[in-house]
Design a protein around this ligand. Structure first.
Ligand SMILES: [Zn+2]
Length: 261
């Protein structure tokens, strides 16, 4: 048997040319084909809706930059809005329209942020989700913490903070595409350094994960975020002491260095 020949065959196999694929989404119609999209370079932060002359279908004019495929999901939201806007103006319908329009602009902002482009306005914008750091991959750390301490029961998105010297925190945010709430964990960039051991980054991720499991409590009208129960659970992290030491001694130095830059 000629092993080398076999090997050569394997590696010498010519790749089959892929047939040019048809674009999956059209920039001219919504998925339902009920709404027509047009684009105008005059529009920046607004959309126009009218009824087409032929079948009375909604016709939307969007800013030129939304022709790009990356805005396909946003276009679906505004198409849904256009269909509702054409209906009778009941209170319920008005509320639906407002919700859809808000989600539309949020989703546009999110897409711009994910692409690293400038936002239309900073209001209500979610930070871009960045999990791969220079040293640590937050997805890997989150997966390990979630499986070790929470039986994989947590669902959350995790990102490096987009602010220099930012703090680590947990918030509940609304997904602009689906309108659903989700947990967002933001981790300080001070942890994304060569001098940050795994036990430290896992410690802060564990802490923020605990906020999902143990929500803030009310005590005599005061909101207690790190209550007794929280502190008890926090100590279950096996490198708790080491993490706290690193957090107090090394993290501030890292943040100071980042700010100087
Ligand atoms: Zn906390």
């Amino acid at each position: 048997m000629n092993l080398f020949g076999l090997q050569l065959d394997l590696f010498g196999a010519t790749k089959q040319e892929e047939a040019p694929r048809k674009p999956l989404v059209s920039a001219d119609f919504s998925e339902s084909s009920l709404v027509t999209f047009k684009y105008s370079s005059h529009l920046k932060k607004s959309v126009r809706c009218s009824r087409s002359a032929f079948f009375g279908k909604p016709e939307l004019t969007l800013p030129e930059f939304m022709r790009d495929n990356s805005f396909a999901r946003s276009r679906e939201i505004i198409a849904e809005w256009a269909e509702h806007v054409m209906h009778r103006k009941t209170a319920k319908n008005k509320a639906v329209c407002k919700e859809l329009l808000d989600r539309f602009w949020q989703s546009v902002e999110q897409t711009l942020a994910d692409k690293g482009e400038k936002s239309l306005s900073m209001r209500g914008r979610l930070p871009p989700i960045v999990t791969k750091g220079d040293v640590h991959d937050l997805n890997e750390v989150f997966a390990a913490v979630n499986s070790t301490y929470f039986n994989d029961s947590l669902t959350a998105r995790i990102t490096w903070s987009n602010r220099v010297g930012g703090l680590s925190f947990h918030t509940v945010r609304k997904d602009p595409f689906t309108g659903e709430d989700f947990h967002l964990i933001s981790i300080s960039r001070g942890y994304d350094k060569e001098n940050c051991p795994l036990y430290a980054i896992a410690g802060v991720v564990y802490h923020e994960c605990l906020h999902i499991m143990i929500p803030p409590e009310e005590h005599n009208g005061r909101r207690v975020v790190h209550g007794k129960l929280f502190r008890q659970h926090e100590r279950r992290y096996i490198y708790y002491d080491e993490w706290i030491k690193w957090h107090k001694e090394v993290l501030p130095l890292n943040i100071r260095k980042m700010r100087k830059k």
